[in-house]
Design a protein around this ligand. Structure first.
Ligand code: AMP
Length: 115
């Protein structure tokens, strides 16, 4: 079964896609936590950071560079933003397709609650 993000990458289900190249796709999060909330995903299905292989360094690097460019495009680069990759159950990962959140557009507060 393809992940929901694979189905977005292939165009099977709609999303607000803001970038797509041969390695990654970026689209707006359906439930945004900040004025800018974009997900950057590899086109190829990789379940998460723990499943990344050394040979996939190019796609991992591309995710960060695309996030940098999108942050500039969104006008949040100067004010600052946060890149988040949740991994596994304790990390709060809900969709088992590697994705990086780009969030910004308001002060984001401390990185983690200490509860
Ligand atoms: P995570 O908790 O890191 O796995 O984040 C999953 C994110 O995917 C959440 O922020 C969801 O709001 C987002 N999401 C789930 N389904 C969709 C979708 N169809 N289109 C856009 N974002 C989605």
């Amino acid at each position: 079964m393809p992940t929901i993000f694979s189905r977005i990458v292939s165009g099977e289900i709609p999303a607000d896609i803001v970038h797509q190249d041969e390695l990654v796709t970026a689209f707006r999060d359906v439930s945004p936590a900040a004025p800018t909330h974009i997900l950057i995903v590899p086109n190829q299905e990789i379940s998460g950071v723990d499943a990344l292989e050394d040979s996939q360094a190019q796609v991992a690097g591309r995710m960060i560079l695309v996030a940098r460019d999108l942050a500039r495009q969104e006008g949040v680069a100067a004010g600052g933003y946060r890149l988040i990759i949740n991994c596994g159950p304790d990390g709060g990962q809900e969709v088992m397709h590697l994705h990086m959140h780009l969030v910004g557009g308001r002060p984001l507060g401390p990185m983690l609650s200490r509860g």
